[in-house]
Design a protein around this ligand. Structure first.
Ligand code: NPQ
Ligand code: MG
Length: 371
């Protein structure tokens, strides 16, 4: 069919979180989210840039992403005849890093192409192996262990199938012990967001007695080699997040034995083409994957749901209901989770939800159209 992107509209929206979210790298109370609208033949596709407000999860942040999109990623696709959305990622290879920035545009073009073809996004990316997505929650560092236990209880009552708690030095083994004492049966995992080094291996080994599903990204954000050494010394499976930015990284991590599970985030790997490649590399090696989260608005959340329908998404993701994060989401209906802890994928063309344009306009703090 082919199409030409005539305009790209960037918007920055501000969304206060219902609850502050604290990780080993900091505390977030309000998101500054970039939405990318790609327009062809009068049809719009939507994407979300998943960078944080500061370069603390990885090197990107909201402002760096705006500049990359405005000056590098946008101009590379504007006015170019595309045969397929799969052609977008290869246009970005000259740009080093900044995958969340251009990945937001890449995802918008997949959504656009799905709409042009009248297909649901999940089908257009080759998904649909699962039509209901198992959901987990990611729970930030809390004021006290009692507060954490109460929060876990609420999420289990809501039906969530897996609990992930954030850890850091000083909030790890003793906290996990209390959680396990109270909830001996639940599917439980921890995420360190790179808060440890290999020198902490003996300390991290103390987590082995709690039969966790996995420990996510314990070591440096850009390390694979030390994770391989740590995995040899742990019984608990390592899941890599930050350091898997491409299918090549996934292949190398698996070859070195650095992980037994991979968390795939659409933005971190630069959109759907690379996410699918990571998925396929892991699948071929017998490594299960699950969909990570970046406190997305409804747009990014809907993309995550589509991604999670690929067959090797075998474990509950950090894909949860809109209302856990937002008093009001920018899509309609909001993402809802069943009492069984699942999200059912929607069949409408594109990402499957309606955009709340009036609300988006009301929370937009800057907007620029490049043509
Ligand atoms: C993770 N997400 O899996 C990330 C980390 C994370 C849901 O645990 C602003 C933007 C704040 C992105 C906090 C979850 C963030 C962020 C945490 C990402 O490692
Ligand atoms: Mg993580």
């Amino acid at each position: 069919m082919g199409f030409t992107i005539e305009r790209i509209r960037l918007r920055e929206i501000r969304m206060p979180l219902v609850h502050a979210f604290e990780t080993s790298f900091g505390r977030t109370t309000e998101r500054r989210i970039l939405l990318v609208e790609a327009i062809a033949d009068g049809v719009s596709g939507w994407g979300e840039v998943t960078a944080g407000e500061h370069p603390f999860y990885n090197e990107e942040w909201t402002d760096s992403a705006w500049l990359i999109l405005r000056h590098y990623a946008g101009p590379r696709v504007l006015g170019r005849k595309l045969e397929s959305a799969a052609e977008v990622a290869p246009l970005m290879t000259q740009i080093r890093g900044h995958r969340m920035a251009w990945g937001g545009l890449e995802a918008a073009v997949w959504d656009l192409e799905a709409r042009l073809k009248g297909l649901p996004l999940y089908a257009h990316i080759g998904g649909g192996a699962h039509k209901t997505i198992p959901c987990g929650v990611s729970i930030g560092i809390q004021e006290s262990v009692d507060a954490l236990l109460a929060k876990i209880e609420r999420e289990l009552e809501a039906g969530y199938q897996r609990i992930k708690i954030k850890i850091k030095p000083g909030w790890d083994v003793d906290v996990v012990r209390e959680v396990r004492r109270r909830f001996p049966q639940i599917r439980l995992m921890v995420d360190a967001n790179s808060a440890y080094t290999l020198a902490d291996a003996d300390h991290l080994r103390r987590l082995d007695e709690f039969y966790l599903m996995m420990i996510e990204q314990p070591l440096a954000h850009d390390d694979i080699v030390d994770h391989a050494e740590l995995q040899r010394r742990l019984e608990t499976s390592i899941c890599l997040d930050e350091c898997i930015r491409s299918a090549r990284h996934a292949e190398q991590a698996i070859r070195l034995g650095a992980c037994r599970i991979i968390n795939i985030k659409l933005g971190r790997v630069g959109g759907f083409l690379e996410a699918r490649r990571v998925h396929d590399v892991a699948q071929a090696a017998g490594i299960p994957v699950w969909c990570g989260g970046m406190l997305e608005s409804g747009v990014g959340r809907a993309h995550n749901i589509a991604l999670s329908t690929l067959p090797n998404f075998q474990l509950p993701g950090d894909v949860s209901a809109s209302k856990r994060y937002w008093a009001r989401d920018i899509i309609h209906p909001p993402v809802e989770v069943s009492p069984e802890g699942t999200i059912t994928v929607r069949e409408a063309p594109g990402f499957g939800y309606e955009l709340d344009h009036d609300f988006i306009r009301a929370i937009t703090v800057r907007e620029e159209t490049i043509a």
